[in-house]
Structure formats: structure tokens, C-alpha cells
Design a protein around this ligand. Sequence first.
Ligand code: FRU
Length: 507
Amino acid sequence: MTTTTALGCQYRPQHHYTADRNWLNDPNGLVYANGTYHLFYQHNPSGNGWGNMSWGHATSADLLHWDEQPVAIACDDQEAIFSGSAVLDGANTSGFGTPDNPPLVAIYTSAYSPASPLSGRQAQSLAYSTDNGATWIKHAGNPVLDRGSADFRDPKVFWYDGAAGSYWVMVAVEAMDREAVLYKSADLKAWEYLSTFGPANATGGVWECPDLFELPVDGNPGNTKWVLVVNLNPGGIAGGSAGQYFLGTFDGVAFVSETTVTEGLQKDESRMAEYGWLDWGRDYYAAVSFSNAPDGRRLMIGWMNNWEYGALTPTDGWRGAMSLVREVRLAVRGGRVVPMQTALDPFESVGAGRNLGASPYSEAARPLPAGTHWIPAEASGDVLRIDAEFEPGAAGEVGLLLRASGAERTVLAYRCATGVLSLDRTASGNTDFHESFASLESVPVPLENGRLRLRIFLDRCSVEVFAQDGLATITDQVFPAESSTQVGLFADRDGGRLVSLAIVGGG
Ligand code: FRU
């Protein structure tokens, strides 16, 4: 049980990155170099709301513990520093470093202020560091890519090495047009147009923060697919901001989607569930992946918030958290290639959490009678990892009550008749700060051998659910009373079974 009372402390997550002070939104410039993972992010260094956009900075050796660093790239009277990416320019193609000391290069969006001659435009610019990311210098030739557009932003750059050659590729968005536009470059400074993808699938909001990467299917390097991530706001599956993905091919010039359901700008609400969603909750946005991660791992972070109410979440002194780091793999499930996401587990790291010395609470297989079964207090808490496996059998609905006390609870329920998993935060605690916050999120999840496996992370102001080993995920913020720490199991009628339950972090 925590003893903190101030609003900022009550909700400050233990395992999710927050800026020590003030506002953050999108993760930016995720890059691994020389043993360090860098997390830059959209940050207001002097306020708890969006503004003065600059790149904040944090570093980590293990992706679980982050150390905040000084602001890396600050806004000035000419430009705000919007989202983008960073690369280790190992061959010093940019000439910003030396062959012996290759530079880190950030590719960001200059959002020009009224004081700038480029006022109103968004164009792509560079900054570089030759001291492992400690200090950054803006390139004198900025911007390096200007289409004269007011909504051209969020460049993600990667090194392409394939049949078409070897060069840098940038994917950025024409946000209003719902287009992902691709460019190539030999030196990160001169960019040549390649192709445009979109609009397609979800287009109910602007397209932002794209990503493009190749992954093996079921670990087979001879069988790969390219994943195009496009975040959109609003128009997400659960309302407001969300991330969608397309799977397909990329030949060094154009991305060709194999998962397009609808083309063009028409909105077809009835097809929404057929599109590819990175997460079915309300609070996983602007998700992008690390560049240069070791062992070819594809590691993503999202902003655990939603533009619909993100400015109003009830925290003092800080606002906005990152998701846990997720590893994304492709696998064949139900005859289709799908992304599987697992969270890097903060409870696996010795000393990372509270009470890690204590053995986990567990329950063996047993029938799950109708009603609610409360888990003992020593396994309750506001920072928990819960692994639960159900065999719903003849029960109509099974699930968990989370962050509960009295009438307050966040309900994770599986309805057998529909095969839908839902997370209901309508009674989760403080929901009053925005009219749309009290919501219920749902995702179709097929049982596997009659079973549903759930991994749930609670971290003071969040619930992250990974179902069927990461086949479907739901990420939601919650703002319960500090005393709402109970965990319960429930079934609506007899006939179901609990296969296993393990809870870490409680007490
Ligand atoms: C996405 C976004 C980006 C933009 C940044 C500004 O959340 O709107 O498109 O670069 O935030 O902070």
C-alpha cells in the first residue's frame, strides 16, 4: 500500500516513464547506440500543458529504468521541435561526425512560428550529437526537406539495404491528406521523393507519426513482411487517438499493402474492426519503434494518452506517461499474419519493483463458481503484474475486477457468446475531468483450446492488457482512489475454470 497523498504522487507510475516535471507527449528519436537506449519525447519544459515543444530526453541501459537528461533540442522563437526520429549514422554519411566518432542524427519537424520567414510551414530538419546524445547542434542548412506544406511532419528514418540499393529512407506524413510519403537520401541532407501511400483504412482523423520496418514471420528470415504504422487522431477504434498498422511489401521505393480494407477518404464505421490496430484501448498513441535495437528486435513505445482528454488528466506537476516498451513480432494466427506484442517486464528485473523479494501470489487450477472471489490483501496493490488463464467453459462471462474498492472498479471481462474481451473504466475512479473518459473498450479475442490467457500490468494510473500472448492489447489510463487496490475474479455462472493465477508486486 502506498502512503503518498499528493495528486502528482498518487498517480505517478513506478514503471512507466514520466517527465520529472511538466508535460510530455509523443516518444521521439528512439535509438540505441553504444549500450544506451535513448528516449526523446515531445516536452514542454516550462508547463504542464502542450506548448513550447522541445525534445526532452531520457536514457536507459535496460529499457526498464530511465534517467532523465537535460532537454536535448529546445524550441526557439523561430520553430517548435515536433516529432521525429534519430539514427546512429555509423558510416558518417552526413559528415556531422568522423569515421571514428559517428554522429547521432535527429530528424525532426520544424513547426515554424510567426517570427520565422517560413511561418506556418512544417518541414524536416536535422540536429546532431557527437557526444553520445548529451548535446545537440542544429544543422545550419535546415530545413532539409520542405514541401511548402503546413502539415508535413513526423519523419521516421531508417537505413534500407535491399535489391534497390542502400540508402536512408524517410517516411513522414501529409497529415491532413492521410498520406504516408517516402523519400530517400544518401547523406540525410538531400532527399529525393519515392512514393506515397494512402489514404486507406482508418482515415477519420489526421495521420501522424508513421513507422516502417521489416519483420520475419514466425521468426523465419526467409519469410518477411513490412509493417507500416500510421497513428491517427481522432478516428481510432476506441475513440480519439490510436495506432493502426498495414502489412505488406516494400521494394525500396513503394510500400504495397496487403491489408487494405477500404481505400480513399470515405469513412465506413462498419469496417473499423477489420483494420489493423496496434491497441484496442484509448491510451496508446504515437507509437514508434527504436532504431538500431540489438538482435533485430522491434521495440516500440507509445504515448499512454489520448488527445481527446490528454490535456485534462488529473495529475499535478507532471502530465503524460509512456507505455511500457513492447516487443513486436509477426506470427501466423488463425491463418493470418498478425503482430504479437509483449511488454518488456519490469517485474523480471531484480530491484525494479516493490516487494520483489516476496514470492508471487498464485492459485492452482480450480473451478470458478458464479460470483466474485476476492484475492487476499497481500496480493493486492496499485503496481501489479497479473497473469491469469481462464477456461470459460459453460460460464457466460468471466474476468477480473481491478483497482477495486466498494463500487469503484475497472472491469476486464470476457463474454463467451460474442468472443469479446472488454475493459470497462466507467466506474474506475475519477472520470469527471472529460465527458468521454468514462468508456468501455472491446476487442474480439478467440479462445485457444477453450482458454483465455491474460497478462495485465497495473501501474497506479494505467491498465495494460495483453491477451493470448499479445495477440490483442488494450491500454487504458485510470484514476482510482489510492485505496482501490483489490483484485477480484468473477464469473456470471458456474461451469468455468481458473487454469492459473499469478500476481507479482502486491502487498
Ligand atoms: C502527435 C503530434 C505530432 C506532432 C506532435 C506535436 O501526437 O500531433 O503529429 O509532431 O504531436 O507535439
